[in-house]
Design a protein around this ligand. Structure first.
Ligand SMILES: O=C(O)CCC(=O)C(=O)O
Ligand SMILES: [Fe+2]
Length: 228
């Protein structure tokens, strides 16, 4: 049985763990971060998560709490917008220069010679990072990232437990979609025609992280350009 059959849908366990383009404009580079870079990022996330303006639970306008906890750097995300003030009323932490460097390299490597053909990729100037922590059992429903005022690519880095990432289409929350396994160190860039695709995390795979990371659950860092 393939993993596709196991998860009941088209499933690309990052075929052979090589570069793939799961949808036009979406590029997956498995294992893009080496072990040392992953360790450094986990340590940085721990510092960014601390109060003030630290990691918090988000209440949706409908009243429910998100199962993912998050912290914004550069800008604080709330449903549905950005502010310079965090959940606790204190100024948001600055957008870290190391994420600026990393995300620019990510976009350059993801698109290579095509960078000029992807909206906002050549002049990519990120100023937001959102760090999400997925405790065991957490998930993120299908959504579009559309609180930014640009169509510049979103850079996504995964750390810790693997997850099933659902990459859908730009029109509806329904099929067609592709389920991708994102593992620790994987880079996913979604720009161009994939920039406003619905996406989400249907589940994490507890216990799949390298124990050496010292992380329970999964971390995801998205780096974005606000246009604000
Ligand atoms: O955790 C992920 O891989 C996706 C996170 C995401 O979609 C978001 O923060 O908007
Ligand atoms: Fe998103």
């Amino acid at each position: 049985m393939t993993q596709g059959e196991l998860f009941g849908g088209p499933f690309d366990a990052a075929v052979g763990r090589g570069r793939s383009e799961p949808a036009p404009g979406a590029v997956l580079l498995p294992g893009w971060l080496d072990a040392a870079a992953q360790l450094r990022l986990v340590a940085a996330c721990r510092a960014w998560a601390r109060p003030p303006a630290g990691m918090h639970t988000v209440r949706m306008p409908t009243g429910g709490l998100m199962s993912v906890r998050m912290v914004g750097l550069g800008w604080h995300w709330y449903p549905y917008g950005y502010s310079r003030t965090a959940e606790d009323g204190t100024p948001v932490k600055p957008f870290p220069p190391e994420l600026d460097v990393l995300a620019r390299r990510a976009v350059a490597e993801a698109y290579g010679a095509d960078v000029g053909g992807v909206a906002g990729a050549a002049g990519y100037a990120p100023d937001i990072a959102i760090v999400n922590h997925y405790p065991h059992g957490a998930r993120m429903g299908l959504h579009q990232d559309r609180d930014e005022r640009t169509d510049a690519p979103v850079v996504s880095l995964s750390l810790g437990d693997s997850c099933v990432f659902r990459l859908g289409n730009t029109e509806t929350r329904t099929r067609p979609w592709t389920d991708l396994e994102l593992r620790s160190g994987d880079l996913l860039v979604f720009g161009g025609p994939a920039r406003f695709a619905y996406h989400g995390v249907t589940r994490t795979l507890p216990g799949t992280a390298d124990p050496a990371l010292g992380l329970t659950g999964r971390l995801n860092i998205t780096v974005r350009q606000s246009g604000l």
